[in-house]
Design a protein around this ligand. Structure first.
Ligand code: C5P
Length: 304
């Protein structure tokens, strides 16, 4: 098969089975306690963007893993202990094999479009997409509770990334409730290209018993979100000064709400329309060409 130059640079577009690994956005993230094992108890309102990494899965003679995309260089392709795609493949294969299900070799291609260690859940989204994609490729099924358990063993954010829908998340990520009336939002995602270590941000927290999210008091979601917080934002700002700069850039462009997502350093701005979001992302790419800016829409019932 002859490939056009564009297809050669985007192998995830070639034949096979595809999964999108959407960016995870913590629209609010409250740290409300701590478990005896050191993990933090959270309350978070989470949604997923249309933009994300792309994965391709194809049957192969032997297992293979290849990478492309703007942020491919930040990942090591052959290190099974740190690469969540390979860990997800291996964990699912062994779970299926224990149940007597065949899980033959597979070639996986990851187009890494999301910045790494950035609070957008890219690694967790890739792991979740790998579980979804391989279950389709291998035409296998495992009980949802077992799949959630397997996902949680890969990382606290992996079960929510399996769902890809607006969620209220509690515990460390295992207690998820779908938010059926959550609106789609027009966002600009930004990252100042400083990787952030999640454990380091949790370690720097001054309080671990902050007020919970509680019941929605405002009638509109955006008004309610504005009353909430990301409790990881103050410690992250104290470590990475560029988070404040990024947040100010988004606010100066007229964002209706600006906040950090996850443990940072990515921030999002909510805009009135996708037209506004696209214009702002274009402008900010000129202001800081070395940073990451992406306009995207989140999953939800209507575009606000
Ligand atoms: O689960 P994951 O590998 O994403 O978490 C990375 C690290 O972040 C954990 O090892 C832990 O130190 C910290 N963490 C935490 N509480 C959470 C999630 C993560 O303390 N709810």
């Amino acid at each position: 098969m002859l490939l056009t130059p564009d297809e050669k640079t985007r192998p995830a577009d070639m034949a096979g089975l595809f999964e999108l690994a959407p960016a995870k956005i913590n629209l609010a993230l409250h740290v409300v306690g701590r478990r005896p094992d050191g993990y933090h108890l959270l309350e978070s309102i989470v949604s997923f963007a249309e933009h994300g990494d792309r994965l391709r899965f194809a049957a192969a003679e032997q297992d293979a893993f290849t990478l492309s995309g703007r942020f491919a260089g930040s990942l090591q392709s052959d290190d099974a202990s740190s690469n969540l795609v390979l860990r997800a493949r291996d964990a699912l294969r062994s779970a299926l094999q224990q149940a007597g299900i065949v899980a033959p070799p597979v070639a996986i291609h990851l187009e890494k479009n999301l910045p790494v260690a950035s609070g957008l859940g890219g690694g967790s989204a890739d792991a979740a997409a790998t579980l979804r994609g391989l279950l389709r490729l291998w035409q296998a099924d495992i009980p949802p509770a077992d799949l959630d358990r397997l996902a949680l063993s890969l990382g606290a954010d992996v079960p929510m990334c399996l769902r890809q829908e607006p969620l209220m998340v509690r515990g460390i990520g295992e207690d998820m409730t779908r938010i059926s009336d959550f609106p789609a939002l027009a966002l600009v995602l930004g990252n100042p290209m400083v990787p952030v270590s999640t454990p380091e941000i949790f370690r720097r927290l001054k309080r671990r018993d902050n007020p919970p999210i509680g019941q929605r008091t405002e009638t509109d979601w955006l008004g309610f979100l504005a009353t909430l917080r990301n409790d990881l934002e103050p410690p992250a700002r104290s470590l990475v000064a560029r988070i404040g700069e990024l947040s100010d850039l988004l606010s100066a462009e007229g964002a209706l709400l600006t906040r950090m997502t996850g443990s940072g350093a990515s921030c999002f701005g909510v805009f009135a329309s996708m037209g506004d979001a696209n214009r702002v992302a274009d402008r900010l790419r000129h202001v800081r060409p070395d940073w990451y800016f992406q306009a995207t829409r989140t999953a939800g019932s209507e575009l606000k």
